[in-house]
Design a protein around this ligand. Structure first.
Ligand code: ATP
Ligand code: AMO
Length: 434
């Protein structure tokens, strides 16, 4: 609409046309108000019944809530109006009517179940709180891209229909690909590694990943968005530096550019940009400290994966983000490099938020013979991965990288109780539409 003014830009003295949703109608007898809401905010439209055309008053005051309306009139100062200005209308048009019964209340006054909200996501994201979450998610991705640019990365896009898994064989969604077996990608892992061996050297990708995990938890999705980073000529310690830098860049951008959204979410006080220099605990230190908390029924032994309660107990103790390094080689994937002088220890790391894991990463095995041997140790057939391994014969530099789950980053940043709050159209075991 060429001549449309956003509600936030309407200034006293303007003759303006605003368009948006009928948020609320207050009829006080001789005077009535229609509140029009658009993406920038709300504005009051005043109907003085005695002084205005009956048809105009009727259209403006009998419109159903959440109908799309367009109002043209004079913008005036009005102290008593919620935003200090109001429109005295000359015309009101109902552009798209809404049925009187709504599946949920977009003003947020009446709370709806999460499943009702997700079934009606369009109406749900008319709520200010939901809009704020997705505005912040967008700001996180913007900041992350800027940060990657500042450290010399090229953005890439890799295939989502693939021939092999990377993160363990059981969690793949199969697809039929012209009669051949194929899968939805679990991670861009192998492709991003192939690109550090190319002329690009240092790459990142923001894209979807698919995991047929049977989990039904508040922090797992079957389709998630990952931020993947991979760079030639760095080791796992330098990869952790970039990993921390990415998180700080995202938090700083939100603190600086999303004040209104944080206010809407009542997060202004609670939102802290973490301090630099996240602690780096070895896996061994981590299990010792978890055992010392006494929170687990059984003591963890070397080689055990960390159970959720263990992660939480340690998270409570550390009280902020921290890395766990030097994981047992046998619980990290084939592409992670082990220490030559203690091969049972890997150069894999995780970045933890006190509540959950946010990132996995590590130094990669770039030596062809060792890589192929690693497949065999994990019971995988190296022939199936030939498209990947063969490029390690033609000059593959040492490299390292990691991946964040975007939804977990946003969820932990905003203290959301369920990861589904951080994705527009979540895919979980029950939900395939919308
Ligand atoms: P007016 O300023 O139009 O003469 P009023 O004092 O005669 O207002 P009513 O017309 O009966 O009162 O309005 C009812 C209520 O609406 C009052 O509580 C009044 O303060 C409030 N009100 C009137 N105009 C506005 C406005 N433009 N914005 C917000 N509230 C208003
Ligand atoms: P990993 O499997 O640990 O590592 O995944 C990286 C991060 O992605 C997020 N994530 C998920 N989020 C929601 N639902 C899921 N089902 C889900 N699965 C993963 C988590 C997790 O920490 N290739 C390696 C990364 C690397 O080494 O570069 C990988 O995929 O936040």
């Amino acid at each position: 609409m060429e001549d449309r003014t956003y509600t936030a830009d309407a200034e006293p003295g303007d003759h303006a046309t605003v368009a948006g949703w009928a948020h609320e109608i207050r009829d006080l007898g001789g005077i009535a108000f229609l509140i029009v809401r658009d993406t920038t905010g709300k504005i009051q439209v005043k109907f003085e019944k005695e002084e205005m055309d009956d048809a105009l008053v009727e259209t403006g005051t009998e419109v159903t809530r959440e109908s799309v309306v367009q109002v043209t009139g004079a913008v005036e100062d009005e102290e008593r109006a919620p935003t200090g200005v109001e429109i005295v209308p000359e015309s009101v048009e109902v552009v798209a009517p809404a049925e009187p019964e709504l599946p949920l209340d977009p003003s947020g006054k009446v709370e709806a179940e999460l499943s009702t909200r997700l079934d009606n996501r369009t109406l749900d994201v008319r709520r200010e709180e939901a809009q704020a979450v997705f505005a912040i998610r967008a700001e996180v991705l913007r900041a992350v891209r800027d940060y990657f640019r500042s450290v010399g990365c090229t953005e890439i896009n890799t295939p989502k229909i693939v021939a092999t898994g990377t993160e363990g064989g059981t969690e793949l969604f199969p697809v039929t690909y012209f009669g051949r077996e194929a899968f939805m990608n679990q991670s861009p892992q192998l492709f991003k590694q192939l690109m550090v061996g190319s002329g690009l050297e240092r790459v990142f990708e923001v894209g979807p990943i698919f995991r047929a995990e049977e989990h039904n938890t508040p922090r797992h999705l079957n389709e998630a968005t990952m931020i993947d980073f991979e760079s030639a000529f760095i080791d796992h310690h330098e990869a952790m530096d970039v990993c921390e830098g990415t998180l700080l860049a995202a938090y700083e951008a939100v603190a600086e550019n999303c004040r209104d959204e944080l206010e809407t979410l009542d997060m202004v006080e609670a939102f802290d940009v973490p301090d630099e220099g996240f602690p780096r605990l070895t896996y061994e230190e981590a299990i010792e400290r978890i055992n010392a908390t006494g929170e687990l029924d059984e003591h963890l032994a070397w080689g055990d994966d960390l159970p959720t309660e263990g992660e939480k107990a340690l998270g409570d103790e550390v009280g902020g983000h921290y890395f766990i390094t030097d994981w047992p080689a046998e619980i990290k994937p084939f592409y992670i490099q082990d220490y030559d002088d203690r091969p049972e220890h890997s150069k894999g790391f995780d970045l933890m938020h006190p509540q959950m894991e946010l990132v996995s990463g590590g130094q990669r095995e770039h030596r062809y013979e060792e890589l192929v041997a690693g497949f065999e140790q994990q019971g995988l057939d190296p022939d199936q991965f030939e498209y990947y391994t063969k490029m390690f014969k033609y000059g593959m530099p040492p490299h390292a990288g990691w991946a964040y789950g975007v939804e977990r980053l946003v969820m932990t940043m905003l203290g959301l109780a369920n990861i589904r709050e951080a994705v527009l159209f979540p895919r979980d075991r029950q939900r395939l539409s919308p």
